[in-house]
Design a protein around this ligand. Structure first.
Ligand code: PAF
Length: 284
């Protein structure tokens, strides 16, 4: 496994493999790897000839400077995990390599980014869309892997891939969960033991709504109410939002029809923001 810092070098390596007709798989990360990331990497290994993982804590997607500073960074530990999984290359650029002096081009995916997570984190998805575009354009993978936990990020990346004409597949892997059901996230490390147990209220509330859907409930307001009531039962959890939206367009839905829909929610516990979602009418 080789760790590469330079954009030009990872670009050349990837181009060489593509010319040899090798399938280049890519997993973008910000490091602090957990079982959710490792699942993406394993899938990438199985479905590609060459696996590239990027580790870059992207300042453009943090609207809170303190959050950026607090973000855990341990390249040595991350690299050891990735080596064990047989990753071929880690791309770990410095900030100036991605955003050189004078950088002034950003990618805005209109209509998908100011709702849900975007409402609480202004500019977040602009930062995500910009860095992902830079990474896609540098690596030009055949396939890139993302986790369903970040459902809005998935919708944004699927749209930008289509709109900007990247010739590649976006593969979305199911959310990896702790035994309790809590979705894997680097933020879980910041929860107290007690908070970690209480955080399970989020997925339980979403699952309750999904069960009601399976039992015939189609009214989005009623499904949202089920989530709200279930979260309220945990006094230390504060609900930020619950949204019932089309999975691709993120447009709110009043009555669930036949297309794929998301019930997505965010809560705060121990002052840590946690998100999760369930999909209704899953097609595959
Ligand atoms: O999901 C993440 O870790 C980040 O948002 C991503 C996709 C690596 C972009 O910085």
């Amino acid at each position: 496994m080789e760790i590469i810092n330079r954009r030009q070098r990872i670009f050349s390596i990837s181009r060489k493999f593509r010319r040899e007709d090798k399938k280049v798989g890519f997993v973008p990360t910000m490091g602090a790897l957990h079982a959710g990331h490792l699942k993406l990497v394993e899938e990438c290994r199985q479905r590609s000839d060459v696996t590239i993982v990027s580790i870059f804590v992207n300042p453009a997607q943090f609207n809170d400077k303190a959050d950026l500073e607090k973000y855990p960074r341990d390249l040595t530990q991350d690299a050891a995990m990735l080596a064990e999984l047989g990753v071929d290359y880690i791309y770990a650029p410095d900030v100036e390599e991605i955003y050189p002096p004078g950088f002034s081009t950003y990618v805005d995916v209109e209509g998908l980014t100011d709702v849900m997570e975007g409402a609480s984190r202004p500019g977040h998805f602009r930062g995500v869309a910009t860095v992902v575009t830079i990474l896609f354009n540098t690596i030009r993978p055949d396939i890139a892997f993302f986790g369903q936990k970040d459902a809005q990020q998935v919708a944004v990346i699927e749209r930008l891939t289509r709109d900007l004409g990247f010739e590649m597949e976006i593969s979305v892997m199911p959310t990896v969960r702790e035994a309790s059901g809590l979705a894997m996230s680097s933020r879980n490390e910041r929860l107290s033991e007690d908070g970690r147990q209480k955080a399970v209220v989020l997925i339980n509330a979403l699952r309750e709504a999904k069960k009601a859907f399976k039992n015939g409930e189609r009214n989005a307001a009623d499904l949202a109410q089920i989530v709200k009531a279930a979260v309220q039962e945990e006094p230390s959890a504060e609900l930020d939002y619950v949204a019932i939206v089309d999975r691709e367009t993120l447009q709110p839905i009043e009555k669930i029809g036949d297309s794929e829909a998301l019930i997505a929610a965010a809560i705060k516990i121990d002052d840590i923001r946690l998100i999760d979602n369930v999909i209704l009418n899953r097609k595959q």
